[in-house]
Design a protein around this ligand. Sequence first.
Ligand code: 6PG
Length: 472
Amino acid sequence: MERYNYGMIGLGVMGRNLLYNIADNGFSIAGFDLDGEKVKELQDGATSEMKVKGTGTMEDFVSALETPRKIILMVPAGKPVDAVLESITPLLSTGDIVIDAGNSYFQDTNRRVADLASKNLHFMGMGVSGGEKGARTGPSIMPGGDLEAFHLIQPMLEAISAKVGNEACTAYMGKDSAGNYVKMVHNGIEYAIMQLISEAYDLLKRGANLNNDQLYQVFKEWNNGEMNSFLIEITRDIFQQKDSLTDGYLVDQILDKAGAKGTGKWTSEQAMEIGVSIPTIDIAVTSRILSAYKEERVQASQLYAEKEMVSPENTELFIKEVGDALYLATLISYAQGLALLVKASEEYNFQIPLKDVVKIWRGGCIIRSVLLEKFYSAYTKDPLLSNILLDQDISVIVKDKIKSLRKTAAYAASNGISSLGIQTALGYFDAYTTESLPVNLIQAQRDYFGAHTYQRTDREGVFHTSWQTAND
Ligand code: 6PG
């Protein structure tokens, strides 16, 4: 009986596309899904060159694979992963590898790694970014976990991933659940950049009165220069999409309520948990929550209706400043996410190679951008850089754009255009680059009302004062 190199469980669009991508690269692969219709679709969609087999039962699936078995799961995160593991593990043998390619929570992965290890099986968490199209043509792939198991799948991952030049957008992300963790932070940064782009859009639309054709031109220009990135590129295209149900553009008909599946929230929770400041990512998460209060926002906008909008004097200059502000705020969002990875790597002993993270994010993934080349150079010079804002070459870019960020933030604030991401990126930058923050006063207050003690600037030790109450 012919044995297949790989197996895929979960034949939804992502699973099927990843499977075809693997098959296109010369690996044979069997697929399984509880839904028989999806198994049929898989078989029907395969080309004659592909060595693909759809299987109807878990038993047939497992016995169709060469050993050690290499099984990829592309099923929704959470209970479905546990359900698959429960039914498949009794059928597996020592040394088999199960690779979870969904957006699983990293602590779930740690639990599963331990559980499968007790059965002499390998379990790996692997982030995959790039959406449906990326899965088919070349995603960015973030595997982590057992190094030996990784080496067994590495040639396949390098073959199917996106390429920048001839470099594959995949690398080992570290121990245990590092792959899921890196993907989680990728998504947190994704949330922040999307928030910032939406604010730039609002400023250009309501501030400078640009219509969709003009917005298309602006984003096209941005994408042709230093802001070249996947998210700017798709935003450009969105402004051109006509609506099939009305005469206008589709973007104007879409309700202003954003959904979320949870990875952004996990990123914020994690940052709080291990003590890393990532306010632009936090604000992006909470902005989606705020967007859901549609009815209240309508009510409040009527109650506080007298906002006055002053159009910028020089539209061309304004567009340039908004672009520079977006570029810098985006850079600051990456800085926050990467700083979280640095701390998490220590905290959980993941040993995440930051240089490889930014290297493999340069292609295939949702947050790919030419800016990542600069981060790659920064981490090549100093692999232990705690924050990219500390890199000399990055500081040159920051100094060049900071005035535009300030002017854009000021314009938004004085015209009542909500710009939570832009303001927060600027606020983070200002706090991060301030030698003496006013938190000496917070320490004094804490000691005043709670005897929480404080440290001094002029001598070692921990101090407490019996604070005097003023007489008047
Ligand atoms: C990717 C995306 C992908 C997915 C997110 C979106 O890298 O390909 O990040 O993982 O689109 O889950 O998350 P929300 O639904 O929470 O916006």
